[in-house]
Design a protein around this ligand. Structure first.
Ligand SMILES: Nc1nc2c(ncn2[C@@H]2O[C@H](COP(=O)(O)OP(=O)(O)OP(=O)(O)O)[C@@H](O)[C@H]2O)c(=O)[nH]1
Ligand SMILES: [Mg+2]
Length: 246
């Protein structure tokens, strides 16, 4: 089961329903796989071929995933692309693997502008990140969002989380603070961490905590999480430009 612990969604900056519209379908056609109901990884060299009527302004974001080996970072990125869960070839990630997906959004403003977000997910294999210091500093460079990933069976990592977030904040440039999100994965398995652990953390540190299982992934679920991620990135941009109060 997957629980989407909602933060206040009544007044969103982006229109989260737009993605189900006919207009959005034209964009989804270009950014999704032809045969499967999942997003395409465009890699750094390619971009979606949008017809002249669909061209909109693009924004690029760097999203880093941090967490112990085996906590489900690579699986989470797959889930966020709407890909089916698979244990085939589930090897520890070597070095840094980037996945570049596109996500169109419509702003909740009277003129309803559309934007295309390019989300660059940086998946840093835990083993490499602890072995090579430069990987750690490279991945933190100009990061827009960090997704801290923790297995629901790992209380120790959860207890160390606040200190880890603080450490990463100190490492990042102070004039462009990154957005933090926490995903607690493997809820379908033996879970030591509970719903109330997550709620308590969220209330205490004001950082959203999502209880997640990578096993039940599908495009519908990916859509709600990508909308949430896009919302948080857009909000931070407005805060940085002084357009909304943090
Ligand atoms: N049951 C269950 N298994 C999961 C879940 N997420 C990941 N797994 C499995 O756990 C193992 C590790 O998952 P990965 O996504 O490769 O973990 P990782 O964080 O990328 O690990 P590193 O690359 O070593 O840093 C794989 O066998 C996955 O199939 C989940 O939510 N539920
Ligand atoms: Mg991995």
């Amino acid at each position: 089961m997957t629980t989407l612990m909602t933060d206040n969604q009544s007044n969103t900056l982006l229109d989260h329903q737009w993605i189900n519209s006919e207009q959005a379908a034209e964009y989804l056609k270009v950014i999704k796989d032809r045969s499967d109901n999942q997003l395409r990884d465009f890699s750094l060299l390619f971009s979606p071929a949008l017809s002249a009527t669909l061209v909109v302004k693009q924004y690029r974001y760097k999203i880093l995933l941090i967490g112990k080996t085996g906590c489900g970072k690579t699986s989470l990125i797959r889930a966020l692309m709407g890909k089916e869960f698979s244990t085939v070839n589930a090897q520890p990630t070597l070095g840094i693997q980037t996945t570049n997906v596109y996500w169109p959004v419509r702003v909740n403003q009277p003129n309803k502008p559309l934007f295309m977000f390019r989300l660059d997910f940086w998946d840093v294999g835990y083993t490499s990140s602890t072995r090579y210091d430069y990987i750690d500093s490279d991945s933190m460079d100009s990061v827009d969002m960090i997704i801290f990933v923790i297995s629901a069976a790992d209380r120790e990592s959860f207890n160390e989380l606040a200190a880890l977030i603080e450490e990463k904040r100190k490492q990042s440039s102070t004039n462009r603070p990154f957005v933090s999100l926490i995903f607690i994965t493997k809820f379908d398995q033996y879970a030591v961490l509970t719903d109330s652990d997550a709620k308590e953390f969220q209330a205490r540190y004001n950082i959203p905590v999502y209880l997640f299982s990578n096993v039940y992934s599908n495009m519908r679920l990916a859509t709600s999480y990508l909308n949430l991620i896009a919302e948080k990135l857009y909000k931070r941009d407005l805060e940085l430009s002084g357009q909304v109060l943090s």
